[in-house]
Design a protein around this ligand. Structure first.
Ligand SMILES: Cc1ncc(COP(=O)(O)O)c(C=O)c1O
Ligand SMILES: N[C@@H](CCOP(=O)(O)O)C(=O)O
Length: 467
């Protein structure tokens, strides 16, 4: 059975249930499976007849093991993906002979995060029902993870969620999707600072024994392995529909925390013929620079029309460094210590070589983003969101055999970023019916300074101790 090991090598291996409930490993590392199941060409071809929920169960079961029996996992997938408002769950849309969009935004909060967080909510509810524990979820968001997590976790018994977003830096739709959920277990905190401030505060809490032990913290950001696992599924689902295993497919992924594109990497390592994974960044291009130069050196973040990608320190890059560094926890731990001390770290030749075999990267600026957005509209009559447009622009510029289809992950509905879409294209997307009354709903949110003291004070006043 698959066990979960930490990228830092000093935490005991655990099963899927424990890894999901912990979020982050106790040594500060990120959990990864101790081995990846391999799918043969026949296994992949057999996915062609399955709907989304059945594909999800088939791909995830080996990772989940007996933590959730097959029939139950299928039922959870049917519930989670039954809440999407498209029969295909994640439909593929053809733009031209070569370019496709994989629409991941048909869930309750209109972004790809719903694919994982609808299921993660159900898994946590199930795991809690079988125990007497109380969990405190603490998360950081630039808008999409927060709304999806709140919609996935609101109302769960013996679980509270504290979600930090950077005040004034999320769109009005994103903010309201979070702050209008009035369930008593939901706490929205608007902090002074940017997304990295929020993410650093959250990570510090996990490393603080006084807080982490007292409140049984868990994470729903993509540092939680279960988030990524659920995202592996749509790479298989899309590639099979475009001819896998007989035809390779490339994916272009608008990237911030490196979660979504890492899920694609896992799919490739499991045997899916992915010709190339394109890491598409905006001008906050730490990942593009790291892939080009081998120097992972976060710099200050500037605000862009794609706020969900305005990230300096990209959490899941650590997972890739571990995988491509020989899965050596001690070496990775040293590398991360160097990073913490110097604020930058060089990749080893082994890591650079491994990464270059599977990935390409493109940095897309605001004008290029707007051009891709207009192109998609002219071509297909469809408005796409600015994050998707970053992915599409990268896909259009990548050097790849033209016979290989390239799928851009459409990570959000354009209505979530309607001001930016209007600025780029002159067209204002309407709100879909499921959020029609969003602007009439009451909001609840607490503003706090972006300091550790302020956050821990709030937590001590509002969180429930573990025992
Ligand atoms: C709309 C949108 N696109 C892309 C991304 C980047 O995804 P990841 O952080 O998994 O790289 C995010 C945020 O995570 C997002 O909200
Ligand atoms: N863009 C993200 C940032 C957090 O990413 P996550 O995938 O690590 O949860 C957001 O929407 O909040």
């Amino acid at each position: 059975m698959i066990r979960y090991i930490s990228t830092r090598g000093a935490a005991p291996p655990v099963d899927f249930r424990a890894a999901t409930m912990a979020g982050l490993a106790p040594d500060g590392g990120l959990y990864l499976p101790d081995r990846l199941p391999h799918l043969t060409g026949e296994d992949i071809a057999a996915l062609a007849g399955l709907d989304y929920a059945a594909t999800a169960q088939r791909i995830m079961q080996p990772f989940v093991g007996d933590a959730v029996p097959a029939a139950d996992l299928l039922a959870l997938c049917r519930t989670a993906y039954g809440r999407f408002d498209h029969a295909a769950v994640t439909p593929l849309i053809q733009l031209d002979g070569r370019h496709w969009l994989l629409e991941l935004f048909h869930g309750p909060t209109l972004a790809f995060k719903d694919v994982a967080l609808q299921l993660l909510g159900l898994l946590l509810e199930r795991f809690l029902a079988g125990s007497d524990r109380h969990l405190t979820v603490i998360g950081a968001t630039s808008g999409d993870t927060g709304s999806a997590a709140i919609h996935g976790l609101a109302g769960i018994d013996r679980l509270d969620i504290f979600m930090l977003h950077p005040r004034g830096r999320v769109s009005d739709v994103q903010r309201r999707q979070m702050t209008t959920v009035l369930a008593p277990n939901v706490h929205n905190l608007a902090i002074e600072g940017d997304f990295d401030t929020a993410q650093a505060l959250v990570k510090r809490m996990f490393g603080d024994p006084d807080i982490a032990g007292r409140y049984a913290l868990t994470a729903v950001n993509s540092i939680n392995w279960a988030r990524l696992l659920a995202q592996v599924v749509y790479y298989f689902y899309a590639a099979v529909r475009l001819g896998a295993p007989h035809r390779p497919v490339a994916f272009s992924v608008p990237t911030g925390n490196f979660g979504d594109v890492f899920a694609g990497y896992v799919a490739a390592r499991m045997g899916l013929p992915i010709a190339r994974l394109v890491v598409a960044t905006n001008v906050n291009d730490v990942l593009h620079r790291a892939l080009e130069t081998g120097d992972y050196a976060p710099a200050g973040v500037v605000e862009t029309a794609t706020p969900s990608m305005d990230i300096a320190v990209s959490s899941n890059f650590e997972r890739l460094l571990f995988e491509e560094g020989g899965r050596n926890g001690t070496a990775l731990s040293d590398q991360m210590a160097d990073f913490a001390a110097a604020g930058r770290v060089g990749l080893t030749p082994e890591q650079r070589g491994g990464i270059a075999r599977r990935f390409a990267s493109v940095r897309v600026d605001g004008d290029e983003m707007a051009m891709a957005l207009r192109w998609a509209h002219e071509r297909s009559g469809q408005l796409i969101d600015p994050h998707t447009a970053i992915g599409l622009s990268a896909a259009q510029r990548i050097d790849l055999d033209p016979a290989i289809p390239i799928v851009t992950l459409a990570t959000a509905h354009p209505a979530k970023f309607r001001d930016a879409v209007e600025r780029a294209s002159g067209n204002r997307p309407g709100l879909p019916p499921r959020v029609g009354d969003l602007f009439a709903r009451e909001e609840r949110c607490t503003a706090i300074p972006g300091t550790y003291d302020a956050l821990t004070r709030y937590l001590r006043e509002h969180a429930t101790p573990a025992a």
